[in-house]
Design a protein around this ligand. Structure first.
Ligand code: APR
Length: 314
């Protein structure tokens, strides 16, 4: 059987780390694409040179164009610009300016990707995540089950890491889920969080649990404060978890940003919900029974996503 092929657009921190983990698990050959000349080629070469030591049979190449991405099975889109000060004016761009800039970049990337890999499944990582999913859906013309956003995999990973640390148990035994938009309105669900099936509230005091929920909501900001730029190991790990579920047709249940068509009461909106991921991409959205409090949090989150989506002008 031929090896799978994954293209990663944006060979920055998150993109290059995705390549690293895809290679380290021998999931697929990788093509790294970036606009910066030489950089994706250099990172790909460096990683390729590590393969004899790590005993990995994968090819990793870098490029500044899309010919070499042809017929990819999965394409991960991380291209974009972060929120940073304008070197001339010293001002931060407004949220709307940033959304428009990343809409242009992600739109351009998507058109190229779709042209060369018309059957690929696209995983969107660029922020603002839920809005960029709408851009990729529109510009690719792909069916919605092949355009999926990575957010919940990362938010859930952070949530589980904090719980495991607090209780001193293995991360493997924590089950939990974070829904909603990718941002501080995300919806962690303590009612559905367990340690090897034991409800987390039987093991942890409410104030500790609430502190963990708050820390999860601020997870991105906590890293930015420490390093000065946004995180890459955990975002890449969350992304590769989705890539693996798709390539290996695992039918994993991973919270992902998907286009809702009436589920949870929302229509034509990308938001994070439990999703079965397999070789077709989104194979099914699981509709959980939410209580009134959880529904209200979901509503706040959906409103925040809708506000950003409305800037796109679709
Ligand atoms: N085509 C290809 N690559 C591009 C383009 C473009 N049109 N525009 C920008 N890029 C590249 C940049 O050159 C850079 O290498 O996208 C890369 C982004 O990498 P980083 O700046 O290191 O950002 P990173 O931390 O990897 O985050 C990428 O993922 O989690 C999100 O919020 C994050 O939106 C951001 C994205």
């Amino acid at each position: 059987m031929a090896r799978s092929k994954v293209t990663i657009v944006g060979a920055g921190n998150v993109g290059a780390t995705c390549a690293h983990w895809i290679a380290s698990r021998e999931l697929a050959d990788v093509v790294l694409v970036d606009i910066v000349e030489g950089m994706p080629q250099g990172k790909a070469l460096d990683l390729q040179e590590a393969t004899p030591v790590m005993k990995l049979d994968v090819n990793i190449v870098g490029s500044n164009n899309y010919e070499s991405t042809a017929d990819s099975d999965v394409v991960v889109i991380t291209a974009g610009v972060p929120r940073k000060k304008d070197p001339v004016t010293g001002q931060f761009p407004s949220r709307d300016e940033l959304v428009k800039t990343n809409q242009r970049i992600v739109g351009e990337v998507t058109r190229q990707v779709a042209k060369f890999s018309p059957n690929a499944i696209l995983i969107v990582v660029s922020n603002p995540l839920d809005a960029m999913c709408h851009v990729v859906l529109n510009e690719s013309g792909f069916p919605a089950e092949r355009v999926i956003g990575q957010a919940g995999a990362l938010d859930t990973a952070r949530y589980k890491a904090f719980i495991a640390q607090e209780l001193g148990v293995s991360v493997r035994d924590i089950h939990g889920i974070v829904l909603g938009g990718h941002g501080d309105t995300m919806v962690p669900l303590p009612r559905h969080t367990s340690v090897a099936g034991i409800p987390v509230r039987e093991l942890m005091a409410e104030d500790k649990l609430q502190a963990i929920i708050q820390r999860t909501r601020n997870g991105g900001g906590e890293i930015v404060k420490l390093i000065g730029v946004s995180a890459w190991y955990a975002p890449a790990a969350g992304t590769v978890e989705m890539v693996e579920a798709i390539l290996r047709d695992q039918k994993r249940v991973i919270p992902s940003a998907v286009l809702l068509k009436g589920q949870y009461g929302y229509n034509d909106l990308y938001i994070g919900v439990p999703t079965i991921l397999g070789s077709k991409g989104v194979e099914r959205v699981i509709e959980m029974q939410l209580n009134d409090e959880e529904k209200a949090m979901m509503e706040v989150s959906a409103k925040a996503v809708q506000d950003v989506v409305s800037i796109l002008g679709y």
